[in-house]
Design a protein around this ligand. Sequence first.
Ligand SMILES: NC(=O)CC[C@H](N)C(=O)O
Length: 223
Amino acid sequence: MKTAVIVFPGSNCDRDIATALHEVSGVAPTMVWHADSDLPDGVGLIALPGGFSYGDYLRSGAIGARSPIMRAVTAAAERGVPVLGICNGFQVLTEAGLLPGALMRNAGLDFVCREVALTVDNAQSVFTSRYGAGEQIIIPVAHHDGNYSADAETLDRLEGEGRVAFRYAEPVNGSARNIAGVLNATGNVLGLMPHPERRIETAAHGGNDGRRMFEGLLELVGA
Ligand SMILES: NC(=O)CC[C@H](N)C(=O)O
């Protein structure tokens, strides 16, 4: 099974996610340039990495969301292929309309870069099967536009449908209802601001709570 990492001009966590996927599955992902129009045949998982695509110009993720490759990413998501957007990848997914809501400037107007405690809200998705419902995990964040925002009806729907995957255990950036990660209606697209790929080996990262996301995901998609 093939995995793909989309690389935008300004991505800076593409190697981190590639390393995580390689470490956990034993197979290196295919790196796909944003200007390409095709994904590898039979791709079983697509990752949109963190970073500063197009220098966050206009709005974070806004230009990346209009890259040629996003047509293929959208088509794959509609076929049910798992798509994981981390940080800037989450911003791209909301800007592309694959996930609801928007990532606004952090409430404190500062860049937040530290480990945070997250609560696993939905432990039944393809991304979260190795966690327990309500479990608290530690994952780092590094962003200035992580303040998740949506209207009350959308937030109620996300909560009602179990589409809040992760919440911050305490306020980090002003996110509505402390939401840190959301799923699409069919559960195969996840966007989250924290960086699980930066928490995969305890000796280097001080913990490995992120590793279980990749272990569960790669097992389920057959990598
Ligand atoms: N680490 C990241 O992906 C940063 C995301 C984004 N550009 C922000 O700062 O909000």
